[in-house]
Design a protein. Structure first.
Length: 483
């Protein structure tokens, strides 16, 4: 197929899609190898530079020592002295392997070969100046080339018209040694990089294996909705903490989902009664013109009562489902203030006498939630002690709120379950209410790290004890009294 501008533009994209996925494991291996590579490069470069510097310093020291020896007159025999002359090539340094060539330069610039090859190395202007210098001991280093060989040379002035001596070292052997050092360094670096890749892969595998397990668990939950996925936890590092947190989160989600399902089931059960009653009344209202005035009034009162009960039930269901007070900021509060406020409201509404005895104890609480809880307790006491004349007593001491009534009380076997949602005892089913009021009180207590309990009151009645602690929540702002 002919290639068009559009297909040419998509070709690089197809190539990118064929590239392997850059997983976390690959990223860790690449990062580990890159780090080791940089470290090897730095260490190898510094070591090689140090080796070169050390070798050059050693060569320069040897040349200076040889030049000083020649200047002192202890020079090797020359060709004029009849001694054997040793010619040099690239692999032999004559009698002294540290000195490849030795020459003497007269003040006039003529050269006498003391050791090494002939002809002599050419004389530079700097060397002529040193040979003609009246001062002795002045030296200069230089690099000279003769044919294919390179020499490191040192020229030392003898002073007083004695010329200068020149000693040199063939750098061929040194360069071969340094080349071997560089090659060995590169080979060792490559070997270490390969080893680092293997070690990095093993370490990345150990790290990502548990992360892969967590990812599989999360994908299983997303695909199946099953929150009971087993998650193994080993070690005490960050991955182990993540696994523990994820397991706790799934457990909390499972409990929340179960609680929501139970709430919906219980709500559906409780809603059937008023809805059925309303449906029955609606059928009766079809014959509204046939009813007497008294029957019509009873029907309307019944419908109104059922609607009020249904409205209260829906409101409490919405409050439980949406957690109305979850976003309310917590603030330091004298508990007597919200208790007295709620007591006054219930007094006006019911006409009952309510006595409040309170100290100045304070807690960091969500005030609206506390008012709702205390209101539910007082309304519950008024409802079950409707015919009573004795006051309902409220006692607030050291963060503990007690509400006492003189009603019929609760059977001992039901004291532990009256705070369950939609629980209504046999004696209270004829009374208005949804069975959610005390459940809301329990939720408020739990939100403040406290408890709520019920017990029989001596002499008859019921005592409900609400214990509150400082509210601490990541979603609420704690406002402290700075006065």
């Amino acid at each position: 197929m002919d290639e068009t501008p559009e297909t040419r533009g998509r070709a690089p994209l197809r190539w990118l899609r064929r590239m392997p996925v850059m997983t976390l494991r690959r990223r860790l291996v690449i990062a580990f190898v890159a780090l080791v590579t940089v470290a090897i490069g730095l260490v190898g470069g510094i070591s090689y530079s140090a080796t070169v510097s050390t070798f050059n310093a050693e060569v320069d020291g040897t040349l200076m020592s040889a030049a000083a020896t020649l200047a002192a007159g202890d020079s090797p025999p020359t060709t004029e002295g009849g001694a054997e002359f040793h010619s040099l090539d690239a692999r032999h340094d004559a009698d002294d392997p540290t000195v490849s060539v030795a020459q003497r330069i007269d003040p006039s610039g003529s050269v006498t070969v003391l050791r090494g090859f002939a002809p002599a190395l050419p004389v530079s202007d700097t060397q002529r100046q040193l040979a003609a210098s009246p001062r002795a001991g002045i030296g200069r280093f230089d690099v000279r080339t003769s044919g294919t060989e390179t020499y490191r040379i040192y020229t030392l002035a003898l002073g007083e018209d004695h010329g200068a001596v020149v000693v040199g070292r063939n750098l061929a052997d040194a360069r071969r040694v340094l080349a071997r050092v560089a090659a060995d360094t590169v080979l060792i670096g490559i070997g270490v990089m390969v080893l680092a890749g293997l070690v990095g892969w093993w370490i990345a595998r150990q790290i990502t294996r548990r992360l892969a397990t967590l990812s599989d668990a999360a994908e299983t939950v997303a695909l199946t909705g099953d929150l009971a996925v087993p998650i193994e936890t080993t070690g005490k590092d960050e991955v182990a903490r993540l696994a523990t947190s994820m397991r706790t989160m799934l457990a909390e989600l499972g409990q929340s989902r179960d609680a929501q399902r139970r709430l919906v089931e219980d709500a559906g059960h409780e809603l059937r009664t008023p809805i059925t009653s309303l449906r029955t009344n609606a059928r009766v209202m079809r014959r509204y013109d046939r009813l007497s005035d008294a029957d019509r009034q009873r029907l309307l009162d019944d419908v109104d009562g059922e609607l009020q009960e249904l409205t209260a039930l829906v409101n409490e269901l919405v409050e439980l489902a949406t957690d109305t007070y979850s976003g309310e900021p917590a603030q330091r509060t004298v508990l007597a203030q919200p208790v007295e406020k709620v007591a006054e409201r219930v007094r006006r509404r019911s006409g009952r006498e309510i006595t409040v005895i309170a100290d100045e104890s304070q807690r960091i609480v969500q005030r609206g939630a506390v008012e709702r809880a205390v209101g539910n307790l007082l309304e519950n006491a008024v409802k079950f002690d409707a015919g009573g004349t004795a006051p309902i007593e409220v006692d607030v001491t050291d963060g503990v709120i007690r509400v006492s009534d003189r009603g019929p009380g609760v059977p001992a076997d039901e004291l532990a379950v009256i705070f369950d949602r939609f629980h209504r005892s046999e004696t209270s089913r004829s009374l208005p209410g949804s069975g959610l009021g005390l459940a809301i009180v329990r939720d408020v207590a739990a939100r403040h790290g406290g408890t709520v309990t019920a017990a029989a009151r001596p002499g008859g009645g019921l005592v409900i004890t609400l214990t509150l602690h400082d509210h601490v929540s990541p979603n609420s702002e704690v406002l402290r009294d700075r006065r």
